[in-house]
Design a protein around this ligand. Structure first.
Ligand SMILES: [Zn+2]
Length: 281
């Protein structure tokens, strides 16, 4: 009887837990979609003289958007990707940034959800840190897609944040400590070959911005995952390049494909899915 009661209690507990996990998943997805919508504003207005405040307006007819047109991702679906007043097409970049940020935030939560239940303050620190760093990576990627350059202000912000992370996290999670020499070197060790690529090819194979990004990645996700991310970025970049040549007549081999989006995508994947291609680190 006691066993039966215990079993019922256990089932009820796991039911409550499943329920809470679903609620939190929806919460972090919504948070990501909302932050993604703000990142769109940053990507679009950075480098222009427009402030980050103020209501968003249609880029074609300048009509200020109403509240339901500002609902991240879903407004794009409901409006079928067109402005409500002038019917001009809205770039798929906007919902893409929102959806990616939503998935990334959900991914960070799922990775650290045990920490949330056992040590909420540590979870808050961990989540805020990686959410900020990966948001920066999303902005850098889409800014690079748009302008073919990684702005120094963003690269520097990511560099400082990644370096600070050395003091906040170790391999097992949130842990204030003085980093070891190897942790310090995780950035430079992986960035040096890329900087050499840049130097030897005079910026043709690789931009200096990409090397700076790799430096931050080494500090941010550790050398093993960063190496795996570098390999993944070459593969995904190559596959994308080949597809571009096969399916689009306009682009030849000479067309410049920005590398930062592949690096950023690979870094996030390597971190969330614990990619370790080289087991000796
Ligand atoms: Zn319009």
């Amino acid at each position: 009887m006691a066993l039966l009661f215990g079993l019922m209690l256990y089932n009820e507990n796991s039911c409550v837990l499943t329920y809470m996990i679903s609620i939190f998943t929806i919460f972090f997805l919504t948070l990501g979609l909302t932050i993604g919508s703000f990142l769109n504003v940053v990507i679009y207005r950075l480098g222009t003289h427009r402030s980050l405040g103020g209501r968003s307006a249609c880029l074609s007819c300048q009509k200020v958007l109403s509240w339901f047109e500002l609902v991240p991702f879903f407004s794009f679906i409901f409006l079928s990707g067109r402005c409500r007043s002038c019917k001009s097409r809205i770039s798929v970049i906007y919902p893409a940034v929102e959806l990616i940020t939503g998935f990334v935030f959900t991914g960070i939560y799922l990775k650290f959800q045990e920490v949330l239940f056992f040590n909420p303050p540590a979870f808050l620190a961990t989540f805020s840190y990686y959410a900020t760093a990966f948001s920066l990576l999303v902005v850098i990627s889409f800014y690079d897609l748009r302008h073919k350059i990684v702005p120094d202000s963003l690269a520097l912000s990511l560099g400082i944040l990644s370096f600070l992370g050395l003091f906040l996290f170790d391999g097992s999670g949130f842990h204030l400590h003085l980093p070891s020499l190897f942790e310090f070197l995780s950035g430079p060790l992986i960035a040096v070959p890329f900087a050499l690529f840049w130097l030897v090819s005079k910026g043709v194979w690789m931009g200096l911005g990409d090397a700076k990004l790799i430096l931050s990645m080494g500090w941010l996700i550790g050398i093993s995952r960063a190496l795996s991310a570098a390999v993944l970025s070459f593969w995904s970049g190559a596959v994308f390049g080949i597809m571009l040549i096969l399916f689009s007549g306009k682009h030849g081999l000479k067309s410049e494909i920005p590398f930062a989006p592949f690096l950023a995508f690979s870094a996030i994947v390597a971190f969330l899915f614990e990619l370790h291609i080289f087991p000796f680190f």
